[in-house]
Design a protein around this ligand. Structure first.
Ligand SMILES: [Zn+2]
Length: 347
């Protein structure tokens, strides 16, 4: 499984080069027409064996959330902004890597001895400490525009559960690589490893225009907060809405912030899962967006849906994934690619 390599590769939005290298290497012998488009997304085609095959796009984004250097203060501490959706509250004290050379650093925090009353964290008050003693020393090592990424290694926590950074959406990239390495399929599989999803679903729009699909599926890592909410009142018995649950199979979306998924495709996916006894679930919250949000309004309109793997602690250095969910998602996609026909879209 290539997920470890993908998770540890650094690819904050707009600078996905290291991830792209892993992807290109992995798909080289398994697809045709492999191209890097002007924005940096990788597109590839795996020709179908059927007659007049349906063109099915599968999109997974290569970029990850992170930060960007905006300047250096007189004391050598680095100012930065977020790229993508990040909860400021998890940042103080975290280890990070800065710039192309992945310089080690830490996000500052005031020790608890001085800090008992403070309970709001604002990114504007945070800095990154790379151990420089003054502005000149820091300026010799980093420059505005450098990307900053969580310093996090991939780990197997148990035979079933793995932990790492950037599972959103390296789990999708890994799955798409597995799809291309498998097959053949009766349909044309149009693969898009996209850029700049986390800052507005941008690469996918261009990739769809290149690939001209009949149908599209976004492959994602999505939120599973099936754990206690640390901010909730522990005596409140109403419980939390977990969005998805780890271990309950691939998650299907009927609506999110970026789109209403095509009901014909959602019906097809759930019927396929039922028929083949593949566990699945529906996302129970409608937040977030995916590349499908861009793809479905591209060209003359592309019927699109989303298939996600539940990940706990997403958009943090320590996302978790259940490998059974991964295998069941792979099974669902590969089965869907074998069974989907144009009839699915009949009104
Ligand atoms: Zn994502």
């Amino acid at each position: 499984m290539i997920l470890k390599e993908l998770s540890e590769a650094v690819g904050v939005s707009g600078k996905e080069d290291a991830v792209r290298k892993v992807v290109l290497n992995a798909i080289e012998k398994h697809a045709d027409n492999i191209r890097i488009d002007p924005l940096g997304s990788v597109t590839a085609v795996k020709k179908g064996k059927g007659k007049n095959p349906l063109r099915v796009m599968l999109a997974a984004h290569m970029d990850e959330i992170g930060f960007i250097v905006t300047g250096v203060d007189g004391d050598g501490l680095i100012r930065f902004n977020a790229i993508g959706g990040i909860d400021d509250r998890i940042l103080p004290g975290l280890r990070v890597r800065v710039g192309d050379d992945l310089l080690p650093g830490a996000i500052i925090w005031t020790p608890i001895h001085q800090n008992r009353e403070q309970n709001v964290v604002k990114l504007a008050n945070l800095r990154i400490d790379i151990g420089a003693s003054n502005k000149d020393e820091a300026n010799g090592k980093v420059k505005p525009g450098d990307r900053i990424v969580f310093d996090s290694q991939y780990r197997e926590l148990s035979p079933k559960v793995v932990r790492g950074k950037a599972f959103d959406d390296r789990v999708g990239c890994s799955l798409l690589i597995d799809v291309l390495q498998g097959g053949p399929y009766p349909v044309d599989v149009l693969a898009a490893f996209t850029v700049q999803e986390e800052i507005g679903l941008r690469g996918a729009l261009v990739a769809a225009q290149t690939l001209k699909p009949d149908i599209a599926f976004a492959l994602e890592g999505t939120t599973a907060h099936d754990v206690p909410n640390p901010l909730a009142d522990p005596d409140d018995e109403r419980g939390v809405n977990p969005t998805t649950k780890m271990g309950s199979g691939p998650a299907l979306t009927f609506m999110d912030r970026s789109m209403i998924t095509d009901p014909r495709l959602v019906r097809f996916l759930s019927a396929t899962a039922d028929k083949h006894k593949i566990p699945y679930q529906f996302k129970t919250q409608l937040g977030g967006g995916t590349d499908a949000g861009s793809i479905h309004t591209s060209l003359g309109g592309v019927p699109s849906a989303v298939i996600s793997m539940p990940c706990r602690y997403i958009h943090s250095p320590t996302a978790m994934l259940n490998l059974d969910d991964y295998q069941n998602t792979l099974k669902l996609i590969q089965t869907a690619l074998k069974e989907i026909t144009a009839d699915v879209l009949k009104r």
